[in-house]
Ligand binder design. Sequence first.
Ligand SMILES: [Zn+2]
Length: 206
Amino acid sequence: MLGKLTVNVDGRQRCRLRPSTSADGARMDQIQHAVPISGERCRHCGFEFSGDVRACIADAAQFPGDLAQVLGSVDSATVRHRRVPHEWSLLEFGAHIGDVIPWYLNRIQQVLQEDRPQLYPADWAEAAELGEYRRRSVQRVCDDATRACADLIDLVTRLEPDQLTREGIGSDGSARTVEVLISRADHELVHHRHDLHYALDQLQNA
Ligand SMILES: [Zn+2]
């Protein structure tokens, strides 16, 4: 199952799926990211949590074009269609990137500006419902993702080497560096690009 509705970014030993239940009772899955990240690989998208910031820049440069291509290859009904109730539609995957990347950028800024700040997780299934991802236009979703990726590239390219080691504290009490947060933001791009192409393939071959 490749579509993920919730990305819980705090405090698990490896990237894995954990069932949860949404407000309307539908089963959902959460990604549990790795802490520490070095040497870990996501078993769904193959992303290696290596802390390669240059890879993050390349992935952020590639994502908007991929997203526009995928969302533009199906009609308005199909782009909003959930193949199964607990898996996001193509549009929702794209809208998630437009929200989750700025969220990571805020976390990184917080770690850079404060002394080992406490970091808190987000509920992305709830964000999708409250933000009405399914009602957004394709243009808005593409614009938001493009802006988010540009902002990520801008931040990453401005960082000094010693800033990569600054730390915040996750909800499990473990430390995570700016480098880790960048890697997790990068994973969002790679993982959901994988989701988008997999879901598109399934929709076109249904
Ligand atoms: Zn992944």
